[in-house]
Design a protein around this ligand. Structure first.
Ligand code: GDD
Ligand code: MG
Length: 401
């Protein structure tokens, strides 16, 4: 893969937050030699190195009642050597949607000689493992894991740690273009390779998010992300005293991390999760509020924002979802951060009022935040999950670790 060199970096204590870098070439060929002059403008990430990283990478697909054809396209595009982990919250009552996903994944794995893990979010073994790990606040009625993409992500992080993976990436199941999924994984790996620290994150920015308004229109910015980026940049600008527009991926559903970083972060519930990841990295490691832990201070944290070649087309879940479930929690994660200044808070409150999401005089409710996986009881989690993996979470047959 060839990627633009990084032009801008915001250095915030131990955090190195890179400006957008475009993917220039999806496959950079056999030779990994590049001309010295080329290296000033273009970074080549060797294909065999990307493959090496894919072996260490778990790709997590959260899914809730998506069209099976979309799910099939997504799984078929995840490079062969990545471990596929599907966390499903699909319905099991009238039609057992989860069973259909499981069947499809099993058949895919049989045809392609792969192994994957698929777990229902309300599964009693998983819920028990999360309880024993200490995540009582993540359990809902009947002691089952609460619904939400973020809750699924935390469970998948614990599982990837248990399976000895080094990296984890998240890809939504409602994607119409399998080729874009393939590119996300290549981007994930490339960012993690280019990082100079073991604490690394790649966040994907889509070049376009097409919309159908009569004809097809290649829109650049999603509504929620454009607004969230603006307010997160306002927070950074007020902190440093220098205006910046560096953040372009505050809502990046498609993102990857080293588990060394993922295990240290707290996670906000629901769709606040991706914005909150950036907020918690800044709260913990920028030095604004507290000194970063020594190991992190020494190595730093590398955040890459990579812009894809492929456009991103996913299911349109409607305006109410966009504003209430996405924008409100994302902005509330910024609003309630100890890093947030009064002016940014006022800006967020008026934005939410303007959008008709909160009433005059109201403030957004603080997101529910789950503790970092590093603070969980991993032995207890593993003791419950590992024996169950081969028995009924793995497809197509017993999982060999
Ligand atoms: N396991 C699980 N549990 N998965 C879920 C749940 C749940 O309760 N709710 C939704 N999902 C799955 C969906 O099926 C989809 O694959 C993925 O999580 C994202 O959910 P969407 O409902 O499609 O979210 P979105 O398209 O509005 O937002 C996505 O993109 C945003 C950036 O534009 C998400 O990835 C956001 O987190 C992201 O900020
Ligand atoms: Mg979606």
């Amino acid at each position: 893969m060839r990627i633009e060199s990084r032009r801008a970096t915001e250095r915030l204590g131990s955090v190195r937050l890179g400006g957008t870098q475009r993917v220039l070439e999806l496959d950079s060929g056999k030779s990994s030699e590049s001309h010295p002059l080329e290296r000033m403008a273009v970074l080549q990430v060797p294909e065999d190195l990307i493959r090496e990283y894919e072996e260490k990478l778990a790709i997590v697909i959260p899914i809730k009642d998506e069209k099976l054809q979309l799910f099939e396209g997504v799984i078929s595009a995840v490079p062969h050597d990545c471990l596929l982990i599907v966390l499903s919250n699909s319905q099991r009552r009238r039609v057992d949607h989860f069973q259909m996903e499981r069947d499809m994944l099993r058949q895919f794995c049989e045809f392609t000689h792969r192994q994957a893990i698929i777990i229902h979010q309300k599964d009693k073994v998983l819920s028990r493992a999360m309880l024993d790990a200490g995540y009582t606040e993540m359990l809902g009625p009947g002691g089952r894991l609460k619904s939400g993409k973020s809750e699924a992500m935390v469970a998948a992080i614990l599982l990837s740690m248990a399976l000895g993976k080094e990296y984890i990436g998240f890809i939504d199941a409602d994607n119409y273009f399998p080729g874009s999924v393939w590119e996300y994984v290549k981007c994930f790996a490339s960012g993690l390779i280019l990082a100079t620290s073991p604490y690394a994150m790649t966040r994907v920015l889509w070049r376009y998010k097409p919309k159908i308004y009569g004809g097809i229109y290649f829109k650049k910015w999603g509504r929620a992300s454009e607004i969230t980026n603006r307010h997160l940049n306002a927070l950074l600008s007020h902190r440093s005293g220098f205006e910046t527009d560096i953040v372009k991926t505050s809502n990046a559903g498609e993102h990857a991390m080293s588990l060394a970083l993922a295990r240290m972060l707290p996670y906000a519930s629901g769709y606040a999760v991706e914005t909150h990841e950036l907020i918690s990295i800044l709260e913990r490691f920028s030095g604004f509020l507290q000194p970063a832990p020594a190991a992190v201070a020494k190595q730093g944290i590398d955040i890459f924002q990579l812009e894809t070649c492929n456009p991103h087309l996913h299911e349109d879940k409607g305006d109410v979802h966009l504003r209430r479930e996405m924008l409100l929690p994302s902005l509330s994660a910024i609003y309630h951060s100890a890093l947030c200044d009064d002016e940014t808070r006022q800006g967020i409150a008026s934005e939410l009022r303007l959008q008709g999401i909160i009433k005059e005089g109201d403030v957004p409710a603080a997101p529910c935040v789950y503790r970092p996986p590093a603070e969980a009881n991993l032995e207890a989690f593993n003791a419950i999950m590992m024996p169950a993996l081969g028995e009924y979470f793995a497809v197509p047959e017993s999982f060999k670790i």
